[in-house]
Design a protein around this ligand. Structure first.
Ligand code: GLC
Ligand code: CA
Length: 554
């Protein structure tokens, strides 16, 4: 891209609509100083790899000072870097190096809760009742309040209240008991949150993922989720961003039904983006049922969002594949289809990576990514999924999906030169997914590898704004195993067709609106027969997909 064009694009406040986001964990990505733990300088070293893959936005999991009892989501200081990962200066260099390569950086703003080691909490438990210091958190004399609020970490927690002997009161926590929830009714708390945001925004951070955002405010007699007062807090954060850092993006982690996620966009005055949690499990359902209906159904139930907003789409992430936003029947089905190994279950979900979820089927991995990259929204790729990494369900909590990135077949998967015993966790080494078999170096050398396929697909997607910005319209498909949809943006019209079944399928599509147009298959740039009067007939191989550019007759 010529510099002038790039600069213009850089200033586009809606840049996130054209982004391809890569989610990485500093700890797991690359160890630069050989101590067995990934670090910020390691991420810098691998930016070329990311640029080459074609991603243009990097989302980093928490790297702040923390006792690491929730892998860093238990923050002990909002304005620092965990010494394992480097220094604030390293982070500054990372931002500069990423921006130099046209890669934006999104970090975590985990403000629902802190670690119990955070000085605010230590101060709170000692401070007198009713003092502003005590009121940084949510306290009660009984554990009976807010009983309607569900428990999220069902495998570890029995209550959302924990007794603090020092404060002689119970404190509120939606997640682990070592993660007390901040009290957003205290204006001092909001001020601190904005200060933390400012600290990183000043360094050039392009976006913030608002972790666990539905739970900010509590209220008796409610589920304590998605409350109007929580939305007020978000509007305050957004107003602060717009005033001081226009063009920076807020991404909501609101694991809710589509109608409850919708308010997180507000009237374009809350978050710019929100994860589409309900879509994800239904893509997996459709695949196993060999029926596209669950996908069509959830997209129909997805309300429209403001022009300035965007869905974040994902297949897998650093957590379990959550099944909170499906019906009880759907949940049973998902466990049956994808959670056969009892160790794979965690809380209300399945802790597996993408490749093992689909039995390491290359066709299914490609199909899923073809949907991810062509549905309305911005795709998020979880580190390692671009090479088909596996997991290890024998490890505690979600550690089995956070193993070291597999760079090569060398010692420690090329992730670190430390003695294996010093690694924060061992790389996967089973015969199918182990680093000896699955790694970046080997896939770079193999032109037909998944990694090359991902790179091609990402670059193709980036050529057409219709994917990130276009409208979407499903075409009636008489064959329920075939999904067909049209993406349109300005002059661009793209037809996508996907077969969710393991057998070849025919389909007849009503393309009468495009009579005389020529579908050009986008990967090979191959002209297909022009659209005529009768329904357009296509055949698709097992799990086959097409992306066609529809060309108007000259
Ligand atoms: C979010 C994170 C998860 C973390 C939880 C509590 O859901 O994605 O990893 O454990 O918040 O902080
Ligand atoms: Ca290190």
């Amino acid at each position: 891209m010529p510099t002038a064009t790039r600069q213009r694009a850089d200033r586009d406040p809606l840049w996130f609509k054209d982004a391809v986001i890569y989610e990485a964990h500093v700890r797991s990505f690359y160890d630069r100083n050989d101590d067995g733990i990934g670090d910020l300088r390691g991420v810098v070293e691998k930016l070329d790899y990311l640029q080459d893959l074609g991603v243009n936005c990097l989302w980093l999991l928490p790297f702040f000072p923390s006792p690491l009892r929730d892998d860093g989501y238990d923050i002990a200081d909002y304005r620092g870097v965990h010494p394992d990962y480097g220094t604030v200066d390293d982070f500054r260099q990372l931002i500069e190096a990423a921006h130099g390569r046209g890669i934006r950086v999104v970090i975590e703003l985990v403000v629902n809760h802190t670690s119990d080691q955070h000085p605010w909490f230590q101060r709170a438990r000692r401070a007198p009742r009713g003092s502003p210091e005590r009121d940084f958190y949510v306290w009660s004399d009984t554990d009976e309040r807010y009983r309607e609020a569900r428990i999220i970490f069902t495998d570890t927690e029995r209550s959302n209240w924990t007794w603090d002997p020092e404060a002689k009161q119970y404190y509120w926590h939606r997640f682990f008991s070592h993660q007390p929830d901040l009290n957003f009714e205290n204006p001092e708390v909001i001020r601190e949150v904005l200060d933390a945001l400012r600290f990183w925004a000043e360094m050039g951070v392009d976006g913030f993922r608002l972790d666990a955002v539905p739970y900010l405010v509590e209220k008796d007699g409610t589920s304590c989720e998605n409350l109007p007062a929580t939305h007020e807090v978000i509007r305050a954060i957004r107003a602060f961003v717009d005033r001081n850092y226009p063009g920076r993006m807020l991404l909501a982690e609101a694991n809710q039904w589509p109608t409850d996620v919708r308010p997180y966009f507000g009237d374009g005055d809350e978050c710019h983006m929100a994860f589409h949690f309900p879509l994800m499990p239904r893509i997996f359902m459709a695949l196993r049922l060999e029926d596209a209906e669950p996908i069509v159904d959830i997209m129909r139930r997805t309300p429209p969002i403001p022009e300035s907003c965007q869905w974040a789409l994902f297949l897998r992430n650093h957590d379990e594949l959550t099944l909170e936003m499906v019906s009880a029947d759907e949940r049973d089905y998902m466990y049956l289809a994808y959670g056969q190994d009892p160790r794979a279950k965690l809380n209300v979900g399945i802790r597996r990576r993408l490749a093992p979820l689909v039995d390491n089927s290359r066709r299914r991995i490609e199909l899923l990514h073809s949907l991810l990259f062509s549905f309305p929204g911005t795709p998020v790729v979880y580190y390692g999924d671009e090479i088909g990494m596996g997991d290890d369900v024998s490890r505690a909590d979600r550690n089995g999906v956070r193993t070291p990135m597999q760079w090569s077949a060398d010692r420690n998967a090329g992730f670190s030169r430390a003695d294996p015993g010093r690694l924060y966790g061992l790389p996967v080494s089973d015969p199918v997914y182990g680093y000896q078999a699955v790694n970046v170096e080997a896939e770079l050398k193999d032109p037909s590898s998944l990694l090359h396929w991902m790179r091609n697909t990402i670059s193709l997607r980036k050529l057409f704004k219709a994917f990130g910005r276009g409208s979407m319209e499903f075409l009636a498909s008489p064959n329920r195993k075939v999904l067909a949809y049209v993406r349109r943006h300005e002059e661009d019209v793209i037809l996508c067709v996907a077969n969710v079944s393991r057998f070849a399928q025919p389909v007849e599509l009503d393309l009468s609106a495009f009579e005389g147009w020529v579908p050009v298959e986008m990967l090979g740039y191959t002209d297909f027969p022009a659209v005529g009067k009768p329904p357009y007939f296509l055949t698709l191989g097992p799990y086959g997909t097409y992306w066609f550019e529809l060309r108007k007759p000259a």
